[in-house]
Write a protein that binds this ligand. Structure first.
Ligand SMILES: [Zn+2]
Length: 301
């Protein structure tokens, strides 16, 4: 089945129109409906964006896979659109990692999915996160986990998950649609945005650098990479060169922070900069990322 943007826009405007109509009974102004979009990429794989981490979708007559689930409201839109295309049970919902902007929609997809798959560290990290936010009743957790690698044939596609060690967290999967030659990076790839480095969840910038290079070597030159988040008005899909540029960003970050430490500057002084030197076009404050680099470089082994 070929997904078209036109099909998606028709069904999206229908879903949003229904929401607007329901709110139209109230005198209070309705909350703005979430803005969503869908881009077909290659083969039967496309990318849905709304609020939170991008959702990858394989939609074929003989196989359906959803990668990450955003929040309940946008997950409901994504699912209702999926249902316009196919009644098939979702073979696999995959969580690239545990963060709430990638897993809060699990509960929406759960009744429609045969399995939820994630790295083995994800359920415990998600439980800790939910306990802190008091949202445990709104969670659905992976029922299928793996240690270093997992793959399944789904119709004419093979979907493969791989764990490369700690990066953004200690449970990040790289998800490859092998035939379509598309890789969903989850939050291992922020495109032109200063990334979150979740040290409490076991993140490692040093290993993140290694894994970006390894991933780029393990996939063909023309692989399409889906970023978890991108700078506003920039694409969610990028190339190998962009993956390697993100590696270089981290190398530049560590070099900058190491130099600051060597010259006796405090973390508070080192974070006071408009951007990581050489990467000032990256969106958002670099403060949290620089702070994480400082902590990693000064941590006692
Ligand atoms: Zn994340």
């Amino acid at each position: 089945m070929t997904l078209s943007r036109r099909d998606f826009l028709v069904t999206t405007s229908f879903a949003l129109g229904t929401v607007a109509h329901a709110f139209g009974q109230n005198t209070a102004a309705p909350p703005a409906p979430p803005q969503t979009s869908f881009d077909p990429l290659r083969g039967s794989v496309g990318v849905f964006s709304g609020r939170g981490g991008t959702i990858g979708m394989l939609v074929a007559p003989d196989g359906v896979v959803v990668v990450d689930t955003q929040f309940q409201d946008t997950a409901a839109i994504a699912l209702s659109n999926l249902r316009q295309w196919t009644p098939r049970t979702i073979d696999f919902v995959i969580n690239t990692h545990h963060h709430g902007d990638h897993t809060s929609g699990n509960i929406v997809f759960r009744p429609a999915a045969a399995k939820i798959v994630a790295h083995r560290n994800v359920p415990a990290l998600q439980k800790t996160q939910a306990a802190g936010a008091k949202t445990d009743a709104q969670q659905a957790y992976a029922d299928t986990t793996f240690d270093t690698a997992w793959s399944e044939k789904v119709g004419g596609e093979t979907v493969a998950l791989k764990y490369y060690g700690p990066g953004h967290t200690s449970g990040d999967s790289v998800v490859t649609f092998q035939n379509a030659n598309i890789v969903h990076m989850g939050d291992l790839l922020f495109y032109l945005r200063n990334p979150r480095v979740d040290r409490a969840a076991g993140a490692s910038i040093k290993n993140w650098i290694v894994l970006l290079e390894t991933v780029s070597k393990e996939h063909p030159a023309d692989t399409i990479y889906i970023a978890g988040h991108s700078k506003v008005n920039h694409p969610f899909t990028v190339t190998r060169a962009d993956v390697l540029k993100f590696r270089d960003y981290f190398a530049g970050l560590l070099a900058y922070v190491q130099k600051g430490i060597a010259s006796g500057r405090s973390a508070a002084e080192i974070v006071k900069v408009v951007g990581v030197p050489g990467f000032s076009e990256y969106e958002g404050s670099p403060e949290g990322t620089i702070q994480a680099a400082y902590e990693e470089l000064t941590a006692k082994a």
